[in-house]
Ligand binder design. Structure first.
Ligand code: SAM
Length: 248
C-alpha cells in the first residue's frame, strides 16, 4: 500500500547548518522561522481559526538526515554521546522514517501578500526543512503535567555564561539594527546550552595545555565565531557570509 504524503510547506529559519541548532524546540525562544505554505496548500482559508492558537505542532522531514537503512539504537548527545538507547526511545533525526515533531510558538499569520506565511518562534528546525503537516497545540490534551520522561526528565542544563568581545558587541548591535531583532538574546540562548560535540565538552583546554578551540556557527547570513575560555563562552566576532540569504 502506498501513502502519498505531500510537502505542504518549507521552513525558512535562522539555522543554516545543523551545528548549534537547539536539540528541542522552545530552548531558544528567539529562534525565528517562517513556514511558507506551498501550492496547492497555500490557501488562506486552510488557516481559518488557527489565529486563536498560541502554539503549533509542526510535522516535518529531517531532510538533512536521510540515509540508507536504519539502526535500532542511537547515542543521544543528551547522554554524552556514549550511551546507546533504542531509536524509538529517542528523538534522533536518524530513524526508519525521518519524521520530526516540534511544538513552536505561532507569532503571526500573514496571508496578505506573497502566499501564506506562518511566523514561528522557538524552532529547532533547519532552513529548508520540508513540512508534512501542522496542527494546533491543544493544552487540555497535549500538556500532561503528570508525564514522566526517562533520561530526558529535566530540560538540558545551561552550562555557560555568555560574554561578547568589544568587537562582537558592536557587530551584534549593528546586525540587530539592520534587521535581525533579538540576535544577541538568540546567541546567548544557543551558546549557554553548550552546542559543542560531546567529545569537545568532555575535554577541558587546561587539561592538555592546548589553546581554546575557535568554533564557527552559521546564523542567518552571519558566521558567528566563539570559544570557551575560563568557564564561559566568549563570542569573538560576527562575520558576514558572502552571498548568503537571510531567511527566517
Ligand atoms: N523536535 C524534533 C523531534 O523531536 O522530532 C526534532 C528533535 S532533533 C533531536 C533536533 C535536531 O535535529 C536539531 O538540533 C538539528 O540538529 C536537527 N535538525 C533540525 N532540522 C533538521 C532537518 N531538516 N534535517 C536534519 N536534521 C535536522
Amino acid at each position: 500500500m502506498e501513502y502519498p504524503f505531500q510537502i505542504i510547506g518549507i521552513i525558512r529559519s535562522c539555522f543554516k547548518e545543523k551545528f548549534g541548532v537547539p536539540r528541542q524546540p522552545g530552548l531558544a525562544t528567539e529562534a525565528r522561522a517562517t513556514l511558507e505554505l506551498q501550492p496547492p496548500y497555500d490557501r488562506p482559508e486552510s488557516l481559518t481559526g488557527l489565529e486563536g492558537f498560541s502554539h503549533l505542532w509542526v510535522v516535518f522531514v529531517f531532510h538533512q538526515a536521510l540515509r540508507d537503512g536504519w539502526r535500532p539504537t542511537v547515542r543521544p548527545p543528551r547522554l554524552g554521546g556514549n550511551r546507546r538507547i533504542g531509536v524509538f526511545a529517542s528523538r534522533s533525526p536518524f530513524r526508519p522514517n525521518p519524521i520530526g515533531l516540534s511544538v513552536v510558538a505561532l507569532e503571526k499569520i500573514d496571508t496578505s501578500s506573497a502566499g501564506c506565511h506562518l511566523h514561528l518562534r522557538g524552532a529547532d528546525l533547519l532552513d529548508g526543512t520540508p513540512v508534512l503537516d501542522i496542527k494546533p497545540y491543544v493544552p487540555y490534551c497535549d500538556a500532561l503535567p503528570e508525564a514522566t520522561a526517562g533520561f530526558a526528565s529535566a530540560p538540558p542544563e545551561e552550562v555557560f555564561a555568555v560574554g561578547f568581545s568589544e568587537v562582537a558587541e558592536v557587530q551584534c548591535a549593528a546586525r540587530e539594527a539592520a534587521g535581525n531583532p533579538g540576535l544577541r538574546k538568540l546567541i546567548e540562548q544557543l551558546l549557554r546550552l553548550d552546542p559543542r560535540p560531546a567529545y569537545c565538552s568532555r575535554r577541558s583546554p587546561d587539561e592538555d595545555g592546548k589553546p581554546a578551540r575557535q568554533f564557527g556557527m552559521r546564523l542567518y547570513d552571519i558566521d558567528l565565531r566563539w570559544r570557551v575560555e575560563e568557564g564561559r563562552v566568549l563570542v569573538t566576532e560576527l562575520l558576514a557570509v558572502p552571498d548568503a540569504g537571510t531567511g527566517g
